[in-house]
Design a protein around this ligand. Sequence first.
Ligand code: AMP
Length: 185
Amino acid sequence: MRLLIMGPPGAGKGTQAAILAERLGIPHISTGDLFRANLANNTALGQEAKKFMDAGEYVPDSVTNDMVRDRLESDDATSGFLMDGYPRTLAQVAELDEMLADSSIDRVLVLSADTDAVVARLLHRASEQQRSDDSEEIIRHRMNVYSEQTAPLIELYAGRGILVEVSGLGAVNEVTEDISNALGL
Ligand code: AMP
């Protein structure tokens, strides 16, 4: 099973992706987590990514694509994965298509949520996790970047007939249930 999970910042992608990947026995590959791990280990890639993450911008493709390519080449990803936070641009879609070559994505799950609800959620997370990209101004900017650069991917994947959309608002277990039903799990 090769799955992508998309949605605006704060829709609950990371939480649901972790639950789903565990249930399906496939690796949860989160580009945000990979960047944060690089940052925690103080790697050159982490230092480079930090500038963009702190500003609420996307990390350049020259950095992001190679990181994803490396991760997909790991043994545990050969029979399936749940990709969280990639692709985020039309250019990244083309890159992923090329990386997967003969195999393809089975489903793209969109967790939808309205802006005010996710801003409130993210401000709450900011106070709990002290993420440096979670101030209100940066959050609003990240929402705009999402609308401009990532939301168009929804239509693209819908056109391929593999899109599944579920509301990300509600209790975690209810959203998980809705996702399972929508994916026929
Ligand atoms: P996330 O945890 O998925 O919200 O990602 C946190 C931040 O990492 C984003 O705001 C971006 O700065 C960066 N990031 C994650 N995934 C990507 C991607 N596919 N392309 C560019 N930047 C990304």
